[in-house]
Design a binder for this molecule. Structure first.
Ligand code: XMP
Length: 600
């Protein structure tokens, strides 16, 4: 079959590029960044992905020069754009301002794959370096305020490159640019979802052989679709499910999961309440990565205990997981990629089991939107198909703990330091004395959030300001809006671990949020809604703060903060403030990048 190749330089979106191309009906394979052109068969075009390195570094991975002699169209994206400049005679330098998230490109030429873009297009960026001179025979196609060469081309040789990411849904003209590129390559469009399901079922049969599968289920769409595929390939009696109640589930979640599995006719389901063990293991643990590893390891220990109890012999049973692609890439699980966070199903112990061939993960190459397409094809109903994603570590990564000693300086009032005048917006700001995880230029960051006072800006204005602040002010990776209270005296950190009581409070808050968004019919508009508990109080009464983190996304790799109707937000805030342990409500204005969806 004809195909396109994506050369992987470790970018967060490499698989996303391949997924977009497949959605356009063309086969697409991912190969290592320095793959040998001689090994590329039936290749009609090459895409160079983004990546966390700098072409200026001695350790940079560069493609084989031969790819430029293959006489097929080439598209360079982000790092790939810089690679083309660097290898074909242009220059790359570190930019003065890094760009993360939305910006606007002015296109002044409409050549080749850039035909039919508008003069000004919203695009998504995530980079530190930039191209400063173009190679001979190239022309500049577009620029942004902070990046003078945002797109360039050598139309005679069919080489096109962009600093922004056309593969993410937030780059509105991105699918047109990719579609034009696919067209230009002349690749045959022979690929569809049924193909994908048939291929997955065949792969499972091959991989499982005569073994059965002990599947870790969560009730979420990934493990449910994995269950349907495994049952289709092996028959239901060869699949046994385990649901581990960690104590970090949503309120009433355990019962709901059991019900939905019964609804699907899945009777071989074992439910294990392991909350005691999870709370004990996490007692006094503050660092997000440490939390994630402990949770992932404990999942496996509980699985072993239950397998022993049920007498499931290790030689006859494979472990099944509903792992999807972002779990791998964000854990730094491909060559050249940086670790953003360790997903619970990607801890080192499971990696060893994978290497030993003891794990089966039918969806490991796919994104959430593709998993939903497969689920739909397999007949999964709307309410299961469209459930918001919920992370394996659950509320444990949404209940922040704090050690005061780690923040001896307390909070800093920052108006003086900041080079963007917040006074122009009628705002003041504080840096909060806790940190959260972000992803910037394909790398992990762990930085403080900035808390803005409420002013009557529109959501778009808040969003633009948040992006600008994070791009310019390097000690923060998130911006929050203070929704309540109206005024406060000081920002205080509350030194506290993650206790059962605090998780209980978060469960109540989360349940208020979930009920509310269903009540006002916005559940389906929001891709995922994390409610986060911060050990930060704006008063001396020790009451804690809630962060609302609803996002719009397609595949979890990029996300916009969701713009909630102001009357809805006001009502929701009042309901949350009525909880006796809650003294403040903040709204997360951060896109991804620079902030991840989860806080830890
Ligand atoms: P981030 O926070 O990295 O999350 O933007 C991307 C998506 O992945 C989910 N997530 C996880 N899912 N195990 C999971 O099954 C994990 O350890 C994990 N960590 C994050 C997150 O909820 C979002 O949908």
């Amino acid at each position: 079959m004809d195909k396109l190749v994506v050369l992987d330089f470790g970018g967060q979106y490499t698989h996303l590029i391949a997924s977009r191309v497949r959605n356009m009906g063309a086969a697409c394979e991912i190969m290592p960044g320095d793959a040998d052109p001689e090994k590329m068969e039936n290749v009609k075009g090459i895409i160079l992905s983004g990546g966390p390195s700098s072409v200026l570094s001695s350790r940079a991975v560069l493609p084989n020069k031969g790819i430029f002699e293959m006489n097929v169209p080439v598209l360079g994206i982000c790092y790939g754009h810089q690679v083309v400049a660097h290898m074909l005679g242009g220059t790359v330098r570190k930019g003065n301002v890094s760009e993360y998230g939305p910006t606007k490109v002015s296109f002044f030429k409409k050549k080749g794959i850039f035909s039919k873009v508008r003069n000004i297009e919203p695009v998504w960026m995530s980079h530190f370096d930039q191209v400063v001179t173009i190679p001979p025979d190239f022309e500049i196609i577009g620029k942004t305020d902070d990046c003078p060469i945002a797109a360039m081309a050598n139309p005679a040789r069919n080489i096109f490159t962009v600093q922004f990411h056309p593969e993410v849904t937030h780059t509105v003209c991105g699918s047109r640019i990719l579609e034009n590129f696919v067209d230009l390559t002349g690749v045959k469009r022979e690929w569809d979802v049924q193909n994908m399901v048939d291929g997955l079922v065949e792969d499972i049969k091959k991989k499982a052989g005569d073994k059965n599968v002990f599947l870790l289920v969560s009730g979420g769409v990934d493990s449910t679709v994995a269950f349907l595929l495994l049952s289709k390939a092996l028959g239901q009696d060869r699949v046994y499910g385990l649901f581990v109640d960690t104590g970090f589930m949503r309120k009433g979640e355990g019962e709901q999961v059991r019900q939905s599995m019964v609804e699907l006719g899945f009777e071989n389901l074992h439910v294990k309440d392991a909350s005691e063990e999870f709370f004990k293991a996490l007692d006094g643990v503050f660092k997000p990565e440490e939390k994630r590893k402990i949770i992932g390891d404990l999942f496996l220990k509980i699985k072993d205990d239950v397998a022993l109890e049920l007498k499931l012999n290790d030689d006859e049973w494979l472990i099944g997981q509903g792992t999807i692609y972002p779990d791998t890439i964000e854990t730094g699980g491909t060559a050249n990629a940086k670790k953003i966070k360790t997903h619970h199903n990607r801890v080192p112990k499971i990696q060893k089991l994978i290497e030993a061939g003891k794990v089966i993960e039918p969806l490991v190459e796919f994104y959430k939107d593709e998993v939903r397409l497969v689920g739909e094809k397999l007949g999964l109903g709307h309410h299961l198909l469209n459930r918001h994603p919920f992370p394996g570590p659950g509320l444990a990564v949404r209940c922040l703990a704090a050690e005061k000693s780690r923040y001896p300086e307390g909070h800093k009032v920052i108006e003086k330091n900041i080079n963007i005048s917040l006074a122009d917006y009628g705002l003041s700001a504080n840096i909060l004395p806790i940190k959260s995880v972000g992803v910037q230029g394909d790398e992990r960051t762990y930085r403080n959030p900035l808390l803005l006072s409420n002013s009557n800006l529109s959501w778009d204005e808040y969003g633009t300001l948040a992006t600008k602040l994070i791009n310019n002010f390097h000690s923060i990776n998130r911006v929050l809006l203070r929704v309540a209270p109206d005024s406060f005296e000081s920002v205080n950190i509350k030194e506290t671990p993650m206790t059962r009581e605090r998780v209980g409070l978060l469960q109540e808050a989360d349940s208020i949020v979930m009920d509310f968004i269903k009540e006002v019919n916005i559940y389906d508009e929001i891709w995922q809604f994390a409610t986060v508990l911060l050990p930060v109080s704006l008063d001396s009464d020790g009451k804690e703060s809630i962060v609302l983190r609803p996002v719009a996304s397609t595949d979890a790799m990029t996300a916009n903060f969701y713009q909630m109707d102001i009357n809805h937000l006001h009502e929701l805030q009042m309901r949350l403030m009525s909880l006796s342990g809650i003294g403040a409500v903040f709204y997360d204005l951060t896109n991804k990048p620079p902030g991840t969806i989860e806080w830890e």
